[in-house]
Design a protein around this ligand. Structure first.
Ligand code: AKG
Ligand code: FE2
Length: 346
């Protein structure tokens, strides 16, 4: 079932792999709106803005706050959480056409919601190969990108994947974000775009033992993200070392799949990958994001996807803002690019 705003009033417990759903009260929404109304453009001093937004969000009722903190810290909590009845910008400029920030946004409520939620999960980070290292990403359909397996796409559905990052150590699933936060500013004209999440616990429970053990073997090479291969390899593939797709304990598995292509090294691995793709579709938890909602995505517990939709490039297209969040900046310090900014990484 696709969640809609009507489903998300009140707080329902989220445990195991099921989508966690939290709806703020109108009183809480209005307080956040008031306190975020005066937020300055966060790009000037992200540490300051994120600290302020943390302070605002830490004032949420204890139950809601704990649910969000538990989502970030515990292995046994859901991999995806939908938060509803969040404040929105009173005036929203046209959806940017090029995937770059809107230069004349009159307020920063959406950015404040994004930084507030992100700061409860960890540290927002920028990566130079993704959106030029920006901390706040504008995810919009971009002309020419309609059929790409990137966040600029629209007409082609974006396959189940994790957001990964190229790293010369040969592993693309180590320095990548632990979480993604998506805030919806505008939905698509026809309300077709659905974001889905497939949890590795649900995937593992469905797969036959031999398929699962193949997926747990280092028989797969991940292609680097399209943004990286375009910038650094003229679009040619840049493959990781052989890795397993599913790893870690049976109770708390981690999954790594690249959007831009996975090379299976044997025919058995290829068949297991096909089976994985079918299984992702069968266990998927779909959400049709609307303005005033945010999706918290654990980028290790599961994979996510987006269905196709039709862009019009008329200023009213779908518009999400996104952060990449790490629990700690310490474990990616080998990727730090301090000359670009304290939170920016290669
Ligand atoms: O557009 C969406 O719903 C999700 C796109 C996506 O995969 C991402 O932003 O990482
Ligand atoms: Fe993604």
């Amino acid at each position: 079932m696709t969640m809609t705003v009507a489903d998300i009033r009140g707080v329902r417990p989220g445990s195991g792999s099921a989508l966690a759903v939290l709806g703020l009260s109108d009183t809480d929404r209005d307080r956040l709106a008031r306190e975020l109304a005066g937020l300055a453009a966060p790009g000037a001093d992200v540490d300051r803005a994120s600290t302020r937004c943390h302070q605002v969000f830490a004032g949420l009722p204890l139950d809601v706050l704990q649910r969000i903190l538990d989502f970030g810290r515990h292995p046994d909590t859901p991999g995806v959480a939908l938060i509803g009845n969040l404040p929105v910008d009173p005036v929203l400029p046209p959806t940017p056409r090029d995937g770059r920030p809107c230069p004349d946004k009159p307020g920063y409520v959406a950015e404040g919601v994004l930084l507030g939620l992100s700061s409860l999960l960890g540290e927002p980070v920028g990566m130079l190969s993704e959106k030029e290292g920006r901390i706040i990403h504008d995810v919009v359909p971009v002309p020419g990108g309609e059929r790409t397996q990137t966040n600029q796409g629209s007409e082609a559905s974006l396959n189940f994947h994790n957001d990964i990052v190229h790293d010369p150590v040969g592993r693309y699933d180590l320095a990548n974000p632990d979480f993604l936060v998506l805030v919806c500013l505008r939905d698509d004209h026809e309300r077709r775009a659905v974001t889905s999440y497939a949890d590795a616990r649900d995937i593992s429970a469905v797969l036959a033992d031999d398929v699962l053990s193949t997926l747990r073997s280092p028989l797969f090479r991940l292609n680097a993200p399209g943004s990286y291969t375009r910038q650094h390899a003229g679009g040619a593939e840049v493959l990781s070392d052989p890795v397993p797709i599913i790893s870690g304990s049976r109770a708390y598995p981690e999954i790594a799949v690249s959007a831009n292509g996975v090379h299976a090294m044997t025919s058995r691995a290829g068949a297991a990958l096909d089976r994985l793709r079918e299984t992702c579709r069968s266990v998927a938890q779909p959400v049709r994001l609307e303005p005033g909602q945010a999706l918290l995505i654990n980028n290790r517990k599961g994979v996510h996807a987006r269905s196709a939709f039709t862009p019009r490039y008329d200023g009213l297209d779908r518009w999400l803002q996104r952060t990449y969040v790490r629990r700690s900046l310490w474990t990616i310090r080998h990727r730090a690019a301090p000359e670009a900014g304290r939170r920016i990484h290669l």
